[in-house]
Design a protein around this ligand. Structure first.
Ligand SMILES: Nc1nc2c(ncn2[C@@H]2O[C@H](COP(=O)(O)OP(=O)(O)OP(=O)(O)O)[C@@H](O)[C@H]2O)c(=O)[nH]1
Ligand code: SF4
Ligand SMILES: [Mg+2]
Length: 417
């Protein structure tokens, strides 16, 4: 799945050879190449396997110095790709580096994204030593490229070497791992109700990924619907190390679970794996302190046709109003429409973002934090609404403490007013 691949964005002025580069790397005609500046108008992405790194997604962008009428829209779209890129490839031609390229390097730096500079068209012009020395001030990762005289294997090997430097084997070490909680041979019960919202014949992505992580921990999973949960629990000889439930039935599942058994939700596990769980927990504290006319954004990362009991459009607004007892201004956004101006917003409640990669989710969280706006996710918010947040965050003490601390802060602020 695209969201789980390493994203590599290719940026640069029009006509420098970005599309030629993606075609060269993939050995396919993924993007149209022409000598007309502004040929690539919408970003084109292509997945490929680059072993031992695994699957990667290459994204060819529109040249950011596009002079057409649609310039601004294209530039905005291209800038959005910065947010999802795990690596930025800046393409330029020999001897041509200006404020424009420096700005791309700066955008990457601001996002702590590693940058590779690819100097193209070297069959036409040979880059001078002075020029290469200048580039080294920006990054140590510099590659020379020509689609005419270049050897694909050599180029891919050099590229791979850089990718492996940036993403060493242990690069996921700092990410949350279910292994921290579930040890070898332990049992985990997963509660996945098959309700109206469940896709026909499928298990949703956060549940599949959780299953995979449990397998990686050499532990065993029981996957049950909420209706069978109690029986399964009673039949187990030893209590499970952990119960992970769909957020929508969390209240019922907590009620059916002995207090000594650890319990959380798929959304919370997903938030820990994919984004900043502490920030999300902190953000959720605001749900206890909403006032009339506060603006709340419910944000979903993909578009879908809402069902009668759609979580984002129907259930969440209902729970939110009931819990806060306030007259809130709730705005629903989806897909790429993460609102630019969020300054007047009190809290963003975001979906799990299973179609977004980790970098994009972090970018969304950072944008909220930079603007002083609280952010949380569906699962955490639902657990607040159902009064089980302390239980489901128990296995993430830092997140639980952040929630409690922020709750106290909110209450102090409220008292001082
Ligand atoms: N000689 C030579 N020509 C190249 C090389 N790479 C690209 N070109 C040519 O440069 C022109 C622009 O190439 P593209 O790959 O379309 O450039 P782009 O950066 O994607 O351009 P936009 O989509 O307009 O932003 C085309 O005519 C290519 O054939 C190269 O390594 N050597
Ligand atoms: S991206 Fe968000 S809204 Fe879309 S399926 Fe995943 S969690 Fe649900
Ligand atoms: Mg192009």
């Amino acid at each position: 799945m695209k969201a789980l691949t390493i994203h590599i964005g290719i940026f640069g002025k029009t006509n420098v050879g970005k599309s030629s580069l993606i075609n060269f790397i993939t050995n396919q005609n993924v993007s149209i190449v022409s000598n007309l500046p502004g040929t690539t108008t919408d970003a084109v992405s292509k997945q490929m396997e680059l072993n031992p790194l695994g699957p990667i997604t290459l994204i060819d962008t529109a040249g950011i110095n596009d002079v057409s009428i649609l310039k601004n829209a294209r530039i905005e779209k291209t800038y959005n790709i910065f947010d999802s890129s795990d690596i930025v490839i800046l393409m330029c031609e020999p001897e041509k580096i200006s404020d424009f390229e420096e700005n791309i390097i700066l955008e990457a730096k601001n996002r702590k994204t590693p940058c590779i500079i690819v100097v193209g068209k070297i069959d036409l012009y040979k880059p001078s030593e002075m020029f290469l020395k200048k580039l080294k001030k920006y990054t140590k990762h510099i590659l020379l490229f020509s689609k005419v005289i270049g050897n694909r294997d050599d180029f891919l090997n050099s590229l791979k070497k850089i990718f492996l430097e940036v993403f060493p084997d242990n690069y996921r070490e700092n990410y949350f791992s279910i292994k921290n909680i579930v040890k070898k041979n332990a049992t985990v019960v997963l509660v996945t109700p098959i309700d109206l919202g469940a896709p026909r014949g499928k298990i949703i992505m956060p549940q599949i990924q959780t299953l995979r992580h449990i397998l990686d921990s050499n532990a065993a999973s029981y996957v049950v619907q909420d209706s069978e949960y109690k029986t399964v629990l009673q039949n187990l000889k030893t209590p499970p190390a952990l119960v992970i439930t769909d957020s929508q039935v969390v209240k019922q599942i907590v009620a059916k679970t002995p207090t000594n058994i650890k319990l959380t939700t798929f959304s919370i596990i997903y938030a820990a794996d994919k984004t900043d769980i502490v920030e999300m927990a902190k953000g959720a504290a605001i749900l206890n302190n909403l006032n009339d006319n506060d603006k709340v954004i419910i944000s979903e990362a993909c578009t879908h046709h809402a069902s009668r009991d759609d979580i984002g459009k129907v259930k969440l607004p209902k729970w939110l109003k009931k819990y806060s007892k306030k007259d809130l201004k709730i705005k629903y956004v989806c897909g790429q429409d993460y609102p630019k101006d969020i300054t007047n917003c009190k809290i963003i409640i975001h979906c799990g973002g299973c179609t977004l990669n980790r970098k994009s989710m972090f970018a969304r969280v950072s944008k909220a934090v930079e603007n002083g706006v609280a952010i949380t996710n569906y699962g955490i918010a639902i657990s607040v609404f159902h009064g089980v947040i302390e239980k489901v965050l128990e296995i993430f003490p830092d997140a639980l403490n952040a929630y409690r601390r922020h709750l106290v802060n909110n209450q102090i602020i409220r008292c001082q007013k």
